[in-house]
Write a protein that binds this ligand. Structure first.
Ligand SMILES: *Cc1c(COP(=O)(O)O)cnc(C)c1O
Length: 407
């Protein structure tokens, strides 16, 4: 058994050498981008001091937001630990911009599970406030970009694009895809706000969605951009007027981004941002390695081993609940934290089906750390992501492979 796995590992490492080289090149490019921004904006020790109370004029908070804006090539940014999660940051954008009778459309099908509650299924959802919602899922169709033109009207206030696949096996969008979608939308309605859910997408490519024509984007700090160090939080970057509207929803109308204490977090957010291009590369290597291993074991993997990637997620279709559970239990067992815990499927708030999650992480639920999860529904796909170091990802992935072979 052991020998078979070691042979598999060697074969896959050989197969992925070219892909790993591409990942390293992107990491170097993005490290340069972050470093240049930090040098230009003169980040210093003074910016790491904590603030309390209302925190008016917090220079650490202001500098960090300038830094995010610069890195994302945006006019303005909100980077806050007051966002409890990525969903919260995304919801803040939607509630900040949309008004009763406004029409929004999702151009990438049903959004991430927790966003469905925000938009239409939940108490206090946008729908309850009279926002009109439609979705189209044409990412699989050949003339996707033409179809988009037909679905946008002069009345469409906001178009949502989710870069990552989320809990589906649709294709993850690349920045080039996003650029084409933005052009198609703006050709029909130049005033339509294009909002990209950028979760898991940061630093995977050389460009970010604002550079491809998006007006505003949001994501979580406990994914790629926090570099594994951010303890919590979310970010929004984009056009100044739009970020301002979101800021009134984060705090209160009139207050916006002028307040918000950092409570001891600044150095972790700066240092995490500095590490983020490298950590993202580690996670990407884990994903590519997993694709290589599980495709050789006969499972369908999305993306395929050598595909161009737009996010850090690797989906593996396991086709059976027991295998999904066995996979997640192996990942948990080979985690640095809570390795003795045995994950089980449960009704998680905000999710439609039962979900099983393996996350033995230093920051609770941080999915830039090695984690695996999946909803208990056909095709029993497991979504693997993260890994602060490729070495760790490799150990745990091989353990999961062994578990599947034995199951
Ligand atoms: C992670 C994620 C979110 C937000 O999830 P949180 O758990 O609230 O941070 C939204 N959309 C996508 C595509 C995601 O991957």
């Amino acid at each position: 058994m052991k020998e078979k796995i070691l042979k598999l590992k060697a074969e896959v490492l050989d197969e992925v050498a070219e892909s790993f080289k591409r990942v390293d090149e992107v990491a170097e490019f993005n490290t340069q981008k972050v470093l240049d921004a930090m040098r230009e904006l003169k980040v210093s020790d003074a910016h790491f001091k904590t603030s309390t109370g209302y925190a008016y004029g917090d220079i650490g908070r202001e500098k960090l937001e300038e830094l995010y804006a610069k890195i994302f090539k945006a006019e303005s940014a909100l980077v806050r630990t007051q966002f409890v999660s990525g969903t919260h940051a995304l919801a803040t954008v939607l509630f900040g911009i949309l008004r009763p009778n406004d029409e929004m459309i999702s151009l990438t099908g049903a959004p991430y599970d927790t966003m469905q509650t925000v938009i239409s299924n939940g108490k206090g959802s946008l729908k309850e406030f009279g926002v009109i919602y439609r979705e189209i899922d044409l990412t699989q169709t050949e003339n996707y970009f033409d179809e988009i033109k037909n679905s946008i009207t002069p009345k469409t206030k906001l178009a949502l694009i989710q870069k990552s696949r989320g809990y589906s096996t649709r294709k993850t969008l690349t920045i080039d895809d996003i650029e084409k979608i933005c052009a198609a939308v703006k050709a029909v309605n130049p005033n339509c706000v294009i909002f990209v859910d950028n979760c898991y997408g940061e630093f995977v490519e050389r460009r970010e969605p604002i550079e491809a024509g998006a007006d505003i984007i949001a994501g979580s700090l406990i994914k790629n951009i926090g570099g594994g160090l951010a303890p919590t939080g979310g970010y929004i970057v984009g056009k100044k007027d739009l970020v301002e509207l979101a800021s009134y929803r984060l705090t209160a109308p009139g207050m916006g981004g002028e307040l918000g204490a950092s409570l001891g977090t600044p150095r972790l957010l700066y240092q995490g941002l500095f590490l983020a291009p490298h950590v993202t590369a580690q996670a990407l290597k884990g994903a590519i390695f997993a694709a290589g291993i599980f495709s050789r074991l006969g499972y369908k993997v999305f993306p395929a081993t050598k595909d161009l990637r737009g996010d850090i997620i690797q989906a593996v279709e396991l086709n059976c609940a027991e295998k999904l559970i066995a996979f997640c239990q192996a990942i948990q067992k080979f985690s640095p934290v809570d390795s003795y815990a045995v994950p089980e499927a449960w009704e998680m708030p905000g999710y439609e089906d039962k979900v099983i999650m393996a996350a033995g992480t230093f920051v609770q639920g941080a999915s830039i750390e090695l984690s695996a999860d999946g909803p208990l529904r056909e095709p029993y796909a497991v979504y693997l992501q993260g890994g602060l170091t490729f070495e760790h990802a490799q150990i745990a992935i091989l353990a999961a492979a062994e578990n599947l072979v034995n199951a």
